[in-house]
Structure formats: C-alpha cells, structure tokens
Ligand binder design. Structure first.
Ligand SMILES: *Cc1c(COP(=O)(O)O)cnc(C)c1O
Length: 453
C-alpha cells in the first residue's frame, strides 16, 4: 500500500495540485510527493513509514531540528494559557526587545504572520516614508507572493517589471524595476534614470531562492593581511572594489531611497546578528520569517525608528493582523532565538558540517569529472549542476535541471530528503551530525555511480 500516493490522489481532488504550496508537488523532480507523518531532530518519516534524513527543514525555520523539546514545551505551555487574545501580550514585548537587541539597524519591529506579509508591509512603509512609488528587486530573489514582488524582468533593456503570475496587473508590475543580482553597476544605471522616484531596493543579502548565490564581496583598498590570495575565494574579486551589498547601501543612501534586507531566510541563519551583522552592512528596514517563528507562522519587519514611526497607529501607513504576535508563535520563536543566542557553538558547528558536506561533494564530483558547483555559506548550500559558478539568475537558469532531478530521486530512494528543485537551498539543522554527512556523501556516491546518472 502506498499511502503517499493514496493521499496525493485524494488531495488532488480538493486542493489545487494536491498541495498548499507549489514546490511540494514535486513537479520539477517527478514522482509522488512525500507526505510527512512525523519528524524528530534531523529525521522525518513519511506516510509509508519510510525514514529520511531531512535537508528541507520546513524550508528554513527548523534550525534546531524537528520537534525540538524546548520549543514543544514552550508552545504547549502557551496553548494552555490561551491560543490568541487580540490583545497585546508580554511575549510580544520580549520578542521585539530581543530582535532589536540582536539585529543591527532594527530599532522598532512589528510582528506579522508570514514572510510575504512582512515584505509587503515593509514596501508599503518604504513608499509611505519616502512618498515615492517605485521599488527595485533583483532577478531570482524571492520575496513572497505579494503582487508587486511577482514580477519578472522586462524584455531587452527595459527595467520596468512584467507580471510573473496571472492576476498581477501590468500597472502593479510596472512599479517594480528589476536588476540582475550582483550587478551593482546595473543598479547604478537604474538610479541614474529613475532615482528620484525609487522608494526602496529590496534584496536577499544571500540569495537562497534560486539556489544559494552569494553576494560578491568587496575588498578593503589594502587588505590588512596583505595577502590577496586569502580573499579570492569566489574568484571574481577585484582589489579596491566594494562588495555588492556595500554598493547597494551606498547607492540607495545617495538617492534617499531605503535599503531593505529580506532576511526571511538569512535572519538568524547566517548568525545571531543576521546578514546585516554578518556582512557589516546596515539596511534601513529588514524583514524576517521562518526561523523567527520556530516552525509556526510568523513574519516581522523592522528598522529605523523614524521609518517605523510611520506605521499605524503612530503614523499614516496602515498595517494590521488578527493573529499578529500570536502567543503560540511568539513562544516558539522566543525559544528558538534564545537557544541560538545562548549557544553560539551551534553556528560554528553548523558551518563546519556544511563545509565538510560541500568539500566532500566537490571532491567526489571532481573525481568523476562531473561539472557541478556546491555553493554555500553557514548552514545553507546548493549543489548546482552547472558548467560555471552561479552569480545571478541568468547563470542559475543554465543549470542541468534534469540531472538535478536524477540526483534528487537517487538520494530520495536512499533516504535523503533534499529540496525537490534545483533552485532551492539545502538547510542543515543543529540536529544533523557528522554521521549524517557521511551517510549523505555515501548516498551521493552511489547515486552518481548508478546507471543512467
Ligand atoms: C520564504 C521567503 C519569503 C516568504 O515567506 P512566507 O512565510 O512563505 O510568506 C520571503 N522572502 C524570502 C527571502 C523567503 O525565503
């Protein structure tokens, strides 16, 4: 009996595509979606009782692993006190204080219920604060499914976006300009033309929704150590050049536009001080989701006090939510953030695991003469089946997605659950161990040596 298939057949009759979020349908890798029945730590069991080591991690929130005991306890206790009140609670104050103390540039923060909501609210605030209408996003960055972010590049040199989903009006899409990731010169040109109308530039400080793509790092004019070699790990660094994120900061400031870091994935994933702390670049606004909710539906946006003072009831930008700051979600989020804050070794260990996974895979691919790049940072990584490293969405689109599908299915059969798409990240959690990485590498070896790969 195949319970996954049975459930999927039932689901397809009553849920569009059988799933509540498209990537779960496994369309880009083929086969029947895995229906989760339970999970603990790094392991997940499907409805057929098959056990997997999980590298999806609910797409990011579960940095401490599944059903982490202190989170389960905190949520249970909160549920006993009441699931929702529609009144302010102490947990929300604690959460806001914690986020403001941890994230550079965040002086005030508002809780919402998803990353999508955090982004659309932050964009509204940016437009309200600056009195300008245009925003700029980078191709391949995902910022949730609000209309103004479901926009793709126009044809040719046009920077005004086109709808990337049916149902998004051309008018809305036209207020979003698009630029290639890692192309600060391109952004400079967009500002030269539209600068006085641009309210904000939004960016994933590490792009993790086209696979993991790092921002080009800059150089000090003269590196303190005097050794360029040490710093040339991405191979495209030019001495004296500013990094991508630093240039975004500089360009937006020069034109009076706001810089928004979408930290829904990077927040509390790159480190306890998020991407802004990690790269030393402070945006005007930041958006959060995923880890901040510890597995429950949460988002947040925050930043400069003068900008956040535009939000109702303090200012003229309206934004509200029946379940915003929900007590169960705050309990899960607080338990997660406090564990991360009080155990800095977690980040060190995660980075070590990710690096050994990446190095093991890279060596294996090289030995087999297989063109692939393992790109990663801290506990995020992606195996790109590509001829060249990936710096932008145009590069990502050149990947061999059929090969990724074969890799995914080979790993799945051997009990390793990776993202069912080439253009997603692998998420490590504090529950993963060296043994899991060894198992992963063994499974990868058998997979790429098997017939037809
Ligand atoms: C997941 C994600 C979102 C959307 O968050 P939801 O909670 O799914 O609405 C926004 N931005 C980034 C960078 C994300 O990874």
């Amino acid at each position: 009996m195949d319970r996954n298939a049975e459930l999927f057949a039932r689901a397809e009759r009553v849920i569009p595509g059988g799933v509540n979020s498209p990537v779960r349908a496994f369309r880009s890798v083929g086969g029947t979606p895995v229906f989760a029945s339970r999970a603990k730590g790094q392991y997940l069991w499907d409805e057929n009782g098959k056990k997997y080591t999980d590298y999806i991690g609910s797409w990011g929130p579960l940095i401490l692993g599944h059903a982490y005991e202190p989170i389960v306890e905190a949520v249970t206790k909160a549920a006993e006190r009441g699931a929702s009140f529609g009144l302010p609670t102490e947990a929300e104050v604690e959460m806001a204080e914690l986020v403001c103390s941890l994230v550079p540039g965040v002086e005030m923060v508002r809780m919402v219920s998803s990353g999508t909501e955090a982004v659309l609210s932050a964009l509204r605030v940016a437009r309200g604060f600056t009195g300008r209408e245009l925003v700029v996003k980078f191709e391949g960055c995902y910022h949730g499914h609000s209309d103004s972010m479901l926009v793709k590049a126009g044809s040719g040199l046009a920077t005004a976006g086109q709808p990337d989903s049916a149902g998004v009006t051309r008018g809305t899409a036209a207020t979003t300009l698009t630029c290639a990731y890692n192309d600060a010169d391109g952004l400079e040109k967009i500002f030269a033309e539209h600068g006085e109308h641009i309210a904000a530039v939004i960016v994933e400080p590490v792009a993790a929704n086209m696979g993991v793509v790092l921002p080009e790092e800059g150089y000090d004019p003269v590196p303190a150590c005097g050794e360029w070699e040490e710093h040339t790990h991405c191979g495209r660094l030019i001495p004296g050049k500013k990094g991508f994120l630093e240039r975004l900061r500089e360009i937006t400031a020069r034109y009076g536009a706001l810089l928004i870091f979408d930290e829904v994935i990077t927040g509390f994933r790159l480190g306890i001080n998020c991407a802004s702390g990690y790269f030393g670049v402070t945006p005007d606004l930041s958006t959060f989701g995923k880890i901040i909710g510890g597995g429950l539906p949460v988002g947040a946006y925050g930043g400069r006090r003068d900008v956040m003072s535009c939000v109702a009831p303090l200012g003229p930008v309206y934004q509200a939510g029946t379940l915003s700051g929900n007590p169960l979600a705050m309990a899960a989020g607080l338990a997660t953030l406090k564990t991360l804050r009080d155990n800095p070794n977690i980040y060190r260990d995660l980075n070590y695991l990710r690096a050994s996974l990446g190095a093991g895979l890279a060596t294996m691919f090289a030995e087999k003469g297989l063109r692939a790049f393992v790109q990663g940072i801290e506990s995020l990584s992606t195996v790109f089946f590509s001829e060249t490293p990936v710096y932008s969405y145009a590069d990502a689109k050149k990947c061999d997605t059929a090969r990724y599908a074969r890799f995914f299915n080979g790993m799945l059969a051997r009990g390793v659950l990776m993202a069912p798409s080439q253009f997603e990240a692998m998420f490590l959690s504090a529950a993963h161990t060296n043994e899991d990485i060894e198992y992963f590498l063994d499974a990868a070896k058998t997979t790429i040596e098997s017939d037809g790969f």
